[in-house]
Structures are given as structure tokens and as C-alpha cells.
Design a binder for this molecule. Structure first.
Ligand SMILES: [Zn+2]
Length: 466
């Protein structure tokens, strides 16, 4: 049998890098094509693989239509984890949109330009848990189909949503989107980032190791027919669930840095407006891909093994106040408070008064782990419903649908939102993936949709998640 050719974008990223290694392990049965920017770093890292072991590198740019066409020419499957990620994406929203949305549109167009491409070439897109926005208790259980409400100032999530919409509505026969959770890479230094403090201490996380993320992505090339045409939540599964405070406590003591209460003050951490949560339906993707391999303990071990000995020694003998002073400089939320950056203070704390009311570590306990998954899913899947179900969905979102009949979840219908905006969308996109009125939804070009409390007045389903 002829070897299939797999195009992989983003091999220089954490998920893409592991996917590349996994494809290399399968070089007996597949050829690997990479689309990589010809940067100095990429050339140094990847040029040695070119032409060996079935690897072919297309040096080019996702934002360049012709480069993408060259990359897609003659391939059997496209795996597309490439993206500009946070914090760069939030700093440069226009550039992020060009890469994350424009790049995905270029891939869809290139697949369609191939003979029989739209009917035969599968596209696997990688979405993000950031699309769900803030899912703090009691809303910590996430299902595909829940309303999307990316956090305020999270431009990265907006680009992932716009690109995912294009994939869902592309008309390709074989597509899938996997909304990736926090990928825990085995690199301790990556934890020392201001993003450490953007996260509320009671946030729930269902992480995945980069190893399992890459493995899962490659497993899609042999996925069964029923896998395609769906959005999934991707994580390492129930054994990877942890509260942020517990995770931090474990990691910092494991590294010999001592107790977290000696390293941070409680009011350096945001109270809201981040993302992550527990994926109630993550087992669905695992039933297709079998990527639930590493547990939280495995991840911690990978992290522990990555920690240089000299640093562990340094951490254990360095006076805690010195480490604390170093950490404090990284605590961006504290800077927003001190600089009076009201837009950020309001988004991440609710108000200055709410920040002032944060107790010390000895104060009211942080909501720890121990929440149990609710029984059954609240989401009605578009493939399992009828016209009455579609109407009920529109009403739940405070709107209406003009459909007279309903047979195919990919067929676009006409809808009106509670604010009176008319739009066209498939039940797959709305019921199956959590989208709603494009005018009311925040986008890079119009972020007024970020005012969720005002939109929730005419959107009861959204209101139930605030
Ligand atoms: Zn609207």
C-alpha cells in the first residue's frame, strides 16, 4: 500500500513538536510534510530532518496563499495545530488574526483546490479551552456546545473562534476541531511567567501533557468515520484534573521552593476572567483516539525531571523573601492595581473594592477540589434533535429560528437573536459548538460583545453561565 502523506503545521510548537515525533515513529506507514516558516531557529532545528525518513519540509508562511497551496498539494490529511498564541496574540491581535484565521482560511481553500479535496482530505483543527472563557465554580464542568464567552482582553480566543467557525462551516466532508486544554510542557522555567498570576486560585484545570497532545493529534489520521464533522474537548482526562492552588502548592514544594504562602500574597492572583475548567465530556475524544495515557502524577514527574539540579539547590538555600521579591515583579495584576488600570482591574477582579476585600492566606479558604461531575450532559446535540428541538434551542438563547423543517445539522438556517440581529448558521455551529449571533459575539474587529452582562439580558443560556 502506498504511504499516505500527512501535512503538519506548527511543528515548532509544543503540540506540533510532539506530533512530529509521533509521525516519525510511524514512518513505516506515513510520509510527513511540514509547513514551517524559514526562520533561523526553525532552519536550525528542522533542516537536518529534510529528505530523511519520509520527511519533506515546505519552507513558507501560513499567511501566504501560494505557500499553503504548495504544502497541501497531494497530501492525504492536514493536521493544523499552528497558531500565534498568548501572550503574543493578545499583544498583536491583528497579526494573530492574520495567522490564526487567515492561515486556516488558506488551508481550507487549498484543500478545496485539490481534485476531490473537499470530499476526501481530512482537516484537523486545534481549538482552545480559552473559547469557553471563565468557568469558575459552580460552572467548572465544561461540555462542547456550552455557550462560548472568551475572557475580556483574550484576543487569542477570538481568533481561535473565528477560525473554528470557518472550519465548521467550510463544507469539507472530513473536518474535526479539538479544543485543547492547558498543555503542561516539561519545562519548569515556562511556569515562571506573569500568566501565573492571571489565574484565579480556585480555577479548575484538566491538563494534558504535550506528549499526549501530540499523540492524540496523530491518532486522528486513523480515526473512524464517525469521528469526523465534530468539535471535541481535548485533555488528558479525569486523572489530570486539579485545582490551580493545589497544582501550584505541589509544584513549588516539589521544586524545593517551599510553601506557596511564603512565595506569594493571595491578592497577587486574579479573581476571574481567565479560562480552564473540567471537561465533562473529554472521554468522548479519548474513545476515538485513546490519548489518555499520562496522569497528573506523570506530568509532575516529567516536570520534576526537567528541573536542573543547580536550580533546585539554589531554590532551597535562597532566602524566601528574595524569591518572593522576584515573584512580585512578575505579578501583573498587582501592577494593574498600582497603576490604576481600571479596564484590567474590573475585568480580572470585578472592581478595586473586590481586590481590597481579598483576605490573606489565613482568611476564608479557597474552594478546593472535590467537585463531582454532574450526571448527564445538559447539551442537546444537533444530530439527536428535531425541528421542535431547534426551536427550543433558539428560545433558550432568547431568539428565534425561521426553519420550516429540519433534517441536516450542516444545513444553514436563518436565526434572529434577542437583540434583533438576523444571521445564517448551521445547527452544527450553534447547538453543536456553542456559537450564537455573530454581531453579539466579540471579535477582533468589534469587541463590544465582551460586555456579557448586557448581552445576557436577552440571552438566557448565556446568563446561566455568568
Ligand atoms: Zn445579536
Amino acid at each position: 500500500m502506498a504511504k499516505r502523506t500527512i501535512l503538519l503545521t506548527g511543528a515548532s510548537g509544543s503540540m506540533g513538536g510532539e506530533a512530529f515525533l509521533e509521525l516519525q515513529r510511524r514512518s513505516d506507514s506515513v510520509k510527513t510534510r511540514l509547513l514551517l516558516r524559514p526562520s533561523k531557529v526553525n532552519k536550525k532545528q528542522f533542516a537536518p530532518y529534510d529528505g530523511k525518513n519520509g520527511v519533506e519540509i515546505v519552507w513558507g508562511d501560513l499567511t501566504n496563499e501560494n505557500d499553503v497551496k504548495r504544502a497541501v498539494e497531494g497530501v492525504d490529511v492536514v493536521l493544523h495545530p499552528a497558531a500565534m498564541i498568548s501572550p503574543e496574540a493578545d499583544r498583536y491581535p491583528a497579526a494573530a488574526r492574520k495567522i490564526n484565521v487567515g492561515g486556516t482560511l488558506n488551508i481550507i481553500a487549498a484543500i478545496k483546490a485539490q481534485p476531490g479535496g473537499a470530499e476526501n482530505i481530512p482537516l484537523v483543527y486545534v481549538g482552545s479551552v480559552a473559547q469557553y472563557g471563565d468557568r469558575l465554580p459552580p460552572h467548572e464542568w465544561i461540555n462542547v456546545g456550552d455557550p462560548l464567552k472568551p475572557s475580556v482582553h483574550d484576543y487569542y480566543a477570538l481568533t481561535k473562534m473565528e477560525a473554528e467557525t470557518a472550519v465548521i462551516e467550510s463544507g469539507l466532508k472530513y473536518w474535526a476541531s479539538m479544543r485543547q486544554t492547558f498543555i503542561a510542557i516539561p519545562n519548569t522555567l515556562s511556569l515562571l511567567d506573569p500568566i501565573l498570576f492571571h489565574q484565579p486560585l480556585d480555577q479548575r484545570i484538566e491538563l494534558i501533557t504535550s506528549r499526549d497532545a501530540g499523540y492524540g493529534l496523530v491518532q486522528t489520521i486513523d480515526a473512524p468515520e464517525e469521528f469526523w464533522g465534530n468539535v471535541y474537548n481535548m485533555s488528558g482526562g479525569p486523572s489530570c484534573r486539579v485545582t490551580y492552588i493545589d497544582y501550584m502548592e505541589t509544584v513549588f514544594s516539589m521544586l524545593g521552593l517551599g510553601n506557596h504562602t511564603q512565595l506569594f500574597d493571595r491578592n497577587w492572583f486574579a479573581l476571574q476572567n481567565f479560562h480552564c475548567g473540567y471537561y465533562q465530556d473529554s472521554h468522548v475524544l479519548d474513545s476515538h483516539l485513546g490519548h489518555f495515557r499520562d496522569s497528573l502524577e506523570d506530568q509532575l514527574k516529567q516536570l520534576n525531571d526537567s528541573f536542573p539540579r543547580w536550580m533546585r539547590l539554589g531554590g532551597s538555600i535562597c532566602p524566601k523573601p528574595l524569591i518572593k521579591a522576584y515573584m512580585k515583579r512578575m505579578a501583573e495584576p498587582l501592577q494593574w492595581i498600582h497603576e490604576g488600570d481600571d479596564a484590567y482591574v474590573d475585568a480580572f477582579f470585578g472592581s478595586r473594592a473586590a481586590w481590597e476585600a481579598i483576605p490573606s492566606w489565613d482568611g476564608a479558604p479557597i474552594k478546593g477540589a472535590g467537585s463531582e461531575a454532574p450526571a448527564g450532559s445538559p447539551v442537546v446535540r444537533p444530530e439527536d434533535t428535531d425541528l421542535a428541538g431547534v426551536m427550543a434551542f433558539a428560545a433558550a438563547r432568547g431568539g428565534t429560528c425561521t426553519a420550516q423543517s429540519y433534517a441536516d445539522p450542516t444545513q444553514k438556517l436563518n436565526w434572529t437573536c434577542g437583540a434583533g440581529h438576523r444571521f445564517e448558521a448551521s445547527p452544527n455551529l450553534l447547538m453543536g459548538a456553542g456559537y450564537w449571533c455573530p454581531t453579539c459575539t466579540p471579535s477582533v474587529e468589534d469587541t463590544s460583545g465582551w460586555s456579557y452582562p448586557s448581552h445576557s439580558v436577552h440571552d438566557p443560556l448565556l446568563a446561566s453561565f455568568l
